[in-house]
Design a protein around this ligand. Structure first.
Ligand code: AKG
Ligand code: FE2
Length: 247
């Protein structure tokens, strides 16, 4: 594993102008169609996850995520798979595979954003691409504590604390990880963020401005290529949701 790249040392890297703005807009329109008018057909293996009515889960009530979007947009993998995998290979020396392209919508929310957390306890990676402009903190930018992927001791302390307090979200990182050490990554539509999900990270909690759309690309180890991806399927909505009018 390479040790000196920005992604390896800081845990994230920002690449402006990664996706053309017209393509970002097309994906937003696509999302809005599936979300508001006609859900993806079951046989596409694409579905929209919402935690709005999930019992005993207090977070992210205004987040909606279209999973396996690459099954609905055939061009995406051809255009981006190699580009994304070679970026991670250059930065980390790792052979990864792409598990899923997903589209995430965050409506404004200042009450239920998930706090700092890691995505599980294994090292894994995501690529985020803002599809709408996120020019300031009111837009709910992706927020990280640079270098925190290496704070092993502190992370174990959080794990233990969550266990002892019975926190149903065991990878929350609320102890010792604070906003004053964080960086909120603002950027225009098309900005990509390569991210190690062992970082303490979250969407900024004072999201009072425009809704935020982003593409979230899930990566995993190269040898897991082709494994079925069904994250959150049990929380899939079963009817379109008319929550806003188009832009
Ligand atoms: O919405 C965000 O900015 C954070 C999303 C997140 O925590 C994740 O994708 O793992
Ligand atoms: Fe996360």
């Amino acid at each position: 594993m390479k040790k000196d790249s920005q992604l390896a040392t800081a845990g994230y890297e920002v690449l402006p102008c990664f996706m053309p703005k017209d393509e970002c807009l097309r994906i937003i329109e696509d999302f809005d169609h599936y979300f508001q008018k006609k859900l993806p057909e079951d046989d596409t293996d694409s579905y929209i996850v919402s935690r709005r009515t999930t019992p005993n889960y207090p977070y992210d009530k205004n987040v909606f995520q279209l999973m396996n979007y690459h099954h609905l947009n055939g061009a995406l993998k051809d255009q981006y798979d190699d580009k994304i995998l070679s970026l991670f290979k250059e930065q980390l020396g790792l052979d990864l595979s792409i598990a899923s392209y997903t589209v995430q919508l965050d409506l404004a929310d200042t009450a239920s954003k998930r706090p700092f957390h890691t995505d599980g306890f294994q090292v894994n990676f995501k690529l985020f691409i803002y599809l709408s402009d996120v020019p300031q903190k009111e837009g709910g930018p992706y927020t990280v504590i640079p270098g925190s992927h290496k704070k092993y001791l502190l992370k174990w302390r959080n794990l233990l604390g969550n266990f002892l307090s019975g926190n149903p979200s065991p990878d929350d990182m609320t102890d010792g990880f604070s906003d004053d050490k964080s960086l909120s990554i603002t950027g225009d539509a098309g900005t990509a963020i390569l991210s190690c999900q062992a970082l303490a990270h979250k969407g900024w909690q004072e999201h009072s401005g425009d809704r935020r759309y982003m593409l979230v690309v899930y990566l995993r180890a190269g040898e897991r290529e082709g494994e079925h991806f069904n994250l959150g399927r049990e929380m899939a909505i079963n009817a379109p949701m008319q929550l806003y009018s188009a832009k």
